[in-house]
Write a protein that binds this ligand. Sequence first.
Ligand SMILES: *Cc1c(COP(=O)(O)O)cnc(C)c1O
Length: 305
Amino acid sequence: MPLHINTPLLESLPLSAITRKHIWLKMDALQPSGSFKIRGVGLACEEYARQGKTRFVSSSGGNAGIAVAYAGRKLGLPVVVVVPESTSERACALIREQQATLVVQGATWAEANTHALSLLNDSDAFIHPFDDPLLWQGHASIIDEVAAEAMRPDAIVLSVGGGGLFAGVMEGLQRNGWADMPVITVETDGTASLARAVEQRDRVTLPTITGVATSLGAKQVCEQAFSLAMSHPVSPAVVTDRQAVQACRRFIDDHRVLIEPACGASLALVYEASHLLNDYENILVIVCGGVTASVEQVMSWTETH
Ligand SMILES: *Cc1c(COP(=O)(O)O)cnc(C)c1O
């Protein structure tokens, strides 16, 4: 039994009306850990447990760390999540709620990550947030589920941080015979590592990450995501923080589900009826979810952004 669930595939009437297209939502916000991450993290943790690993270590204070904590609890194995001091109270509480050991160490993520790596011994598995073939293999299940419902979209819209979701969706497209399906990747302007890399045809590292879409905050995409973006029909799009936050706000009313701005970025492209959608009729949006923003925070961002 996998640790993720088969999520609903919904036709969105509000978004279809705005775009005059058929917009389909793959509702991974409803995963038990609150984001798509449990697909890959769950598969990786199960595989590492089979290989004899007895503890999982993560340095993510976001949805990846929460997914590792969830997977460890379900598999009955201990989890250590090392996060920097800047991690929100809410994220810390969600990790502890999954019964993981939370270690707060360092001013930056790099310092927390160094500490996490120093804890590793031979029987531990380090679970990376986006750069591991096992993660991509697990994320690919999102496309298997769409194919199983006999729905073939004309294009897919998804958010990109480090590119693990993108790499996984590409693997899913390949294994379902949809390798040439166009993908529109979405980032916010403070996290646009894939858009910049494609523009410069070089896997650039951003000097800084800014804005509200913290779950998209990878300064550099993984090698796999970059090479896939260079060799497949991929259109990188960038939205503003304001558009991402407004999309979260509207999505609460339209579909009664709270998501992070990281996911709002993809929905913003649709709410804005981006010209990038023009050529397609049936469009699949990966509603990747995210649990680190509260309703109150989303409402206050809509006033300040
Ligand atoms: C991790 C995450 C992303 C980005 O995924 P990558 O695999 O890093 O590209 C997008 N949205 C949410 C909610 C996430 O948790």
